[in-house]
Design a protein around this ligand. Sequence first.
Ligand code: PBG
Length: 323
Amino acid sequence: MLISRPRRNRKSAAIRDLVQETTLSVNDFIFPMFVMEGSGIKSEIKSMPNIYRFSIDTLLEEIKEVSDLGIKSICLFPNYPEAKKDKYATESHNPDTLYLKALSEIKDKFPHIALMTDVAMDPYSSDGHDGLVENGEILNDETLDILGKMALAQARAGADIIGPSDMMDGRIGYIREMLDDEGFTNVSIMSYSVKYASAFYGPFRDALDSAPKFGDKKTYQMNPANVREALIEGQLDVAEGADFLMVKPAFSYLDVIKTMADNFDLPIAAYNVSGEYAMIKAAAQNGWLDGDKAMLEMLLSIKRAGAKIILSYFAKEFALLKK
Ligand code: PBG
């Protein structure tokens, strides 16, 4: 006779629920959203079904809806027309700019929402890179000043969490000091600590029209083959004052999430990126996968690996399913 029968712990839904180790809650999610100029706009992103670019007015309506579903944190990204872009990403810290206006209106109407921003030059850069380009090179230290101005402008507009996604060296410390000097000691920083040069950002670059005009991002984003480097990035970010450490993308990097969770005590976040969303959506639309089940399994695996926080385009659908 068999003494040990692991199946006994799977024999009913009640027992399965009792022994379930990992659970997902709407509290775990940050919902990334896109804003563009204009009014009355809700424009679907082709490669991201059911995800839209909103003008500020319709964005506020959508935030009301997701907030009613229990989502308490959002992250905002802007889409700018080519005419607003330049080499120095000047528009990013123009006080009248779309992005900053959107942030302050959101904070004004939804003070309870944790509002996260994006700090990087790419949405505003005529080169489509996250840093300042000179003779085909992405300059590190010269970029820091632009990122600092951007972060400060976002803090002034009401941001709760600043999200540097640029991967320049030293930017967390630079931004922390600039925020503190101006009295924004309570504004948090979620560092995109471990961000890989990934093919899974494709649909996001469609959403922003922000693909690099030349080359790739391999001199600043990490090589997908490496995990030891993640520890170096994490150590630097802790020392420089980060409040959260993020791994991005998530699904092909579960081992990296686990390594970060095992080695750092700060909360670990993972970005379930646009391409991961698009894969499930495309397969589901073809009838090749059960979209809801695949979504839940993907999200659960990211949490199981060690991410407490998940940035995901699925956040609203997840909240709707749990309603
Ligand atoms: C750029 C940025 C990117 C994403 C977030 N911030 C793309 C990139 O680095 O090219 C990707 C998010 C996604 O794919 O969902 N600063």
